[in-house]
Design a protein around this ligand. Structure first.
Ligand code: ATP
Ligand code: MG
Length: 419
């Protein structure tokens, strides 16, 4: 039997309604706050991610799906959306027209990491990016959006973990402090960390290997090394979050697995996922646009892990699938032909009506109505066609109402619209 690739998955009817529900809420929220949808390709030149995300990151080092296409050009299935959105921003010269742009996008990402619960090789993200705004207010708006999205989905314990990563002015001194801290503990680090610790010591702070976490527990904190501008920026973020009543956790060890982050960095945690995994992550990336060939432009954004979010929301609300509004049990070819016409007319009017397309027994048809969780059933046979009247049965109350068949569409319309 042919099966899907490890780490990939189908999202089947029954579950897909939950995904649509989440997507609807996200789209509504983005519309409220002026974030416009952008859709970028799934494939980009490898160079975009190698440069944008950083050569020494886990994603670029070992997680990307990279191929040579037929002419030998190296291309990669996108592991995240920010680099592509920034590429589009530069390519379509938004910076020249109006540098302030707020975008969102929803779609699949690809990372070849070890599949496990909440970790897939094709997974989905909801992304928001605000470009062209350096002020900390927009960082706060994005964190607020994340918390609101989760609240609207009835996830009430979403806690932002925040930190500041400083900027090219203050990072060198911190880097030195970190390097000398690591120098005394190299033996305790995993081989990845040992290799990259001298080139990119911040990576070591982000390593999930327990030995590395332990060795780095007392490492110097970036926020103790911030320059005055970065310190002031972060102070506003904290103050505004407090003013909005958003309870956050200051996590001095929070860094993220991509190179482009500066200043405000955040993750959203919920108890449902446990300590090690976040449902969303994001932060400021003031150097990225320039790094990718655009003019110096600040940026900040987030990515929500859609799969993990769906998992959490499913814990709160069990069933999102839409029951059929009416099932027409038709007995005999004449009744079937009429039922088909009614079904089309009601469907056109916006009602979900189901029928059995083969001439099965009444019992079999009622079983099917049950499985579809039909709210009402209309039983039509030769008798009903002759008298011109049939019974409409409400499956919850078991109430039966006679309906004139020549006025069926109107009657059903009324009865369905009233419920
Ligand atoms: P993690 O630390 O869990 O590996 P990350 O830092 O690599 O996450 P980001 O690149 O920040 O993740 O992506 C944002 C969000 O996307 C994460 O918080 C997570 O919810 C989700 N995510 C990341 N990788 C995967 C994956 N392989 N499968 C499912 N969701 C993922
Ligand atoms: Mg990861």
């Amino acid at each position: 039997m042919l099966q899907l690739i490890r780490g990939f998955k189908d999202i089947l009817p029954g579950e897909v309604e939950l995904w649509q529900h989440i997507e609807d809420r996200a789209r509504a929220l983005f519309a409220d706050f002026g974030y416009r949808e952008i859709r970028v390709p799934l494939l980009e030149k490898t160079e975009l991610f190698a440069r944008g995300i950083g050569e020494d990151t886990d994603i670029v080092e070992k997680e990307m799906y990279t191929f040579a296409d037929r002419k030998g050009e190296m291309i990669t299935l996108r592991p995240e959306a920010t680099a592509s959105i920034v590429r589009a921003y530069i390519q379509h010269r938004y910076h020249a027209v109006d540098p302030v742009q707020k975008f969102f996008t929803i779609g699949p990402m690809f990372r070849r990491e070890r599949p496990q619960k909440g970790r897939y090789r094709q997974f989905y993200q909801i992304n928001a990016e605000a470009l062209g705004i350096a002020e900390p207010l927009i960082d706060v708006q994005l964190i607020h959006l994340l918390v609101r999205l989760l609240q609207r989905l009835r996830v009430d314990d979403a806690t932002p973990h925040i930190n500041s990563l400083g900027c090219p002015v203050c990072r060198p001194a911190f880097r030195e402090a970190l390097l000398s801290f690591i120098a005394g503990r190299r033996e305790a680090l995993c081989s990845d960390c040992q290799r990259r610790s001298t080139r990119n010591p911040m990576r070591v702070l982000d390593c999930k290997v327990p030995g590395c976490r332990e060795a780095m527990a007392e490492a110097p904190a970036i926020i103790d090394h911030l320059c005055p501008d970065c310190a002031a920026h972060f102070a506003v973020v904290r103050e505004k979050l407090e003013r909005l009543g958003i309870a956050y956790h200051l996590d001095k060890r929070l860094v993220r697995g991509l190179d482009y982050y500066t200043r405000t960095t955040f993750e959203i945690h919920t108890a449902a996922l446990g300590a090690q995994s976040a449902v969303a992550g994001g932060g400021r990336y003031d150097g990225l646009i320039e790094l990718l060939g655009g003019p110096p432009t600040p940026g900040v954004g987030f990515a929500v892990g859609f799969d993990r979010l769906a998992e959490i929301v499913a814990l709160q609300q069990a069933d999102f699938s839409r029951p059929a509004q009416l099932f027409i049990a038709a007995l005999g070819p004449t009744a079937q032909a009429s039922a088909f016409d009614w079904q089309i007319a009601l469907g056109e009017a916006g009602f979900q009506v189901e029928m059995d397309y083969a001439d099965h027994s009444l019992k079999a048809q009622m079983k099917r109505a049950d499985r579809l969780r039909a709210r009402r059933v209309l039983i039509v046979g030769d008798n009903e066609l002759q008298t011109g009247e049939a019974m409409l049965r409400d499956m919850a109350t078991r109430e039966q109402t006679p309906v004139a068949l020549d006025r069926l569409v109107d009657t059903l319309r009324q009865s369905l619209a009233n419920s």
